[in-house]
Design a protein around this ligand. Sequence first.
Ligand code: CUA
Length: 194
Amino acid sequence: MAETPSNPMQHSPPDEIVWEQVERAEERWFIAMVVMLTVMMVVVVVTGVTHALQPPSNVEIVDPTTLHLGGEFAESNLGTAAERNGSVTVRMIADEYAFVPDCVEVPIGTAVKFRLTSTDVIHGFLLPDTNVNTMVVPGFVSEVRTKFSRPGVYNMPCNEYCGGGHHGMWARVHVLPKERFPQLTALERKSCAK
Ligand code: CUA
């Protein structure tokens, strides 16, 4: 051998390639790939059928152009409201690029129902470390129920890209001790937005 080629790609293939072996190896990898794809398809279909039969929110429609004129999402109804059965309902509106109100208070260990809608484009509503994660779609009411087990401030980022100000679209949920919540005035209870 006169000189060793510096580029490994320049090696000529060894003389004793057994093409049958190469074909068999390719066949094995092809079968492995088909099996992997089949397993993934089965997982997608099974989880889809068993876990996602219900749409993520109840299908309720609302006219996004008249939200401010009255009804459930009129300004005076936004924020946290205590229900007769002891649970609370939080109503919020998402629009570019804020949640209204951008801070709400709820009691710990209590059934909380969030109801949101959008005035413009699709936004996202996520509370990290909870089961709350839904899209907020104009024309529809997104409803999510949860119960907070630890007090504190939960940041609430919009997690659906909604435009140039998306990264700045945040709100907060303050989870208060159970005895603290009834001490708030009606106005304080509605929202902690500054
Ligand atoms: Cu609103 Cu992203």
